[in-house]
Design a protein around this ligand. Structure first.
Ligand code: FES
Length: 122
């Protein structure tokens, strides 16, 4: 078992930021990078923080109908699989996130290099 209470090949990092009650969209620093953490309809999601369309910050956006909406040109991305809305032809990265009794953890796949040498480069 690892810190997040799971058995898997992910490396887990605790998210230290204090989270608002209810649904939210916010930027967090985790695993050395900025990501977008959100709660939509009671479910936590961790996604990349830049929009693949033109690089806007997704944590400045909002959620609607199980999608994150980019604040700049309003492209939309499904929170369940990262696919862009119909006609966009793009996608966002989704990351594992778990809520445990001692906090919220983000899980990232480790590269072969980091598995061999114990460094975290992902
Ligand atoms: S930068 Fe996000 S939709 Fe254009």
């Amino acid at each position: 078992m690892n810190k997040a209470g799971t058995k898997d090949n992910l490396r887990w990092y605790k998210i230290e930021e204090k989270l608002p009650e209810g649904d939210f969209v916010m930027q967090v620093q985790v695993g050395g990078k900025k990501r977008c953490l959100l709660r939509h309809e009671g479910q936590l999601h961790l996604i990349q923080n830049y929009c693949p369309h033109a690089g806007a910050v997704l944590s400045g956006g909002w959620c609607k109908d199980k999608m994150i909406i980019c604040p700049v040109h309003r492209y939309a991305y499904h929170l369940d699989d990262g696919r862009g809305a119909e006609g966009q032809g793009d996608y966002i990265e989704l990351y594992a996130v778990r809520e445990t009794s001692d906090g919220i953890y983000a899980g990232f796949k480790q590269s072969l290099f980091s598995r061999l040498f114990g460094k975290s480069y992902f």
